[in-house]
Design a protein. Structure first.
Length: 173
């Protein structure tokens, strides 16, 4: 507003002000807009269920703000999964993740990490709740072929997003 224009004022009690501020903090804390990283793995791409998985993300209120289809090289897969190097499943995971094309994407929405993890279900498709992505599309014989990957924390999400995308490739809404 211009300095010479009268400014409308609203009178509120201290209690009303505290309630209003508390609502804002509640929204910031419990309804935080965040980003998460997601992979639709080679087995799900081969099953031709990309559209169904994307539909589930969007129906849950998640927005796709970046997406690529690619086939990882062995070096890229080893770099992405470096934290698992030396574990018994590492070689099989790398073989699987380089076996065919996959979708890497960034999802955005309120509590995106939590919502995405609920949609995915338990890591082992055999233990995932019915109706979750992993229960419906994951392999019950090979845990790494569980159809999807999703970040487990804001720190992981930031690292995983940076591994595949530049800031210029993200298109937030």
């Amino acid at each position: 507003m211009h300095d010479d224009m009268p400014c409308p004022s609203v009178h509120v009690t201290a209690r009303e002000y505290r309630l209003s501020v508390n609502r804002i903090h509640y929204k910031e804390q419990f309804m935080a807009i965040e980003r998460t990283f997601s992979i639709i793995k080679p087995n799900a791409v081969a099953q031709n269920v990309i559209g169904e998985i994307e539909r589930r993300f969007e129906q849950a209120g998640l927005t796709i703000i970046a997406m690529k289809m690619l086939k990882l090289t062995r070096e890229e897969a080893e770099g992405f999964y470096a934290e698992h190097k030396g574990k018994p499943f590492f070689a099989g995971l790398i073989d699987f993740m380089t076996s065919g094309p996959m979708i890497v994407q960034v999802l955005e929405g309120e509590n995106a990490i939590h919502h995405n993890r609920e949609l995915m279900g338990a890591t082992d498709p055999a233990k995932a709740a019915p109706g979750t992505i992993r229960a419906d599309f994951g392999s019950h014989e090979q845990v790494s072929a569980n159809a999807v990957h999703g970040s487990d924390s804001p720190i992981s999400a930031a690292r995983e997003i940076r591994y595949f995308f530049t800031e210029d490739e993200l298109f937030p809404h």
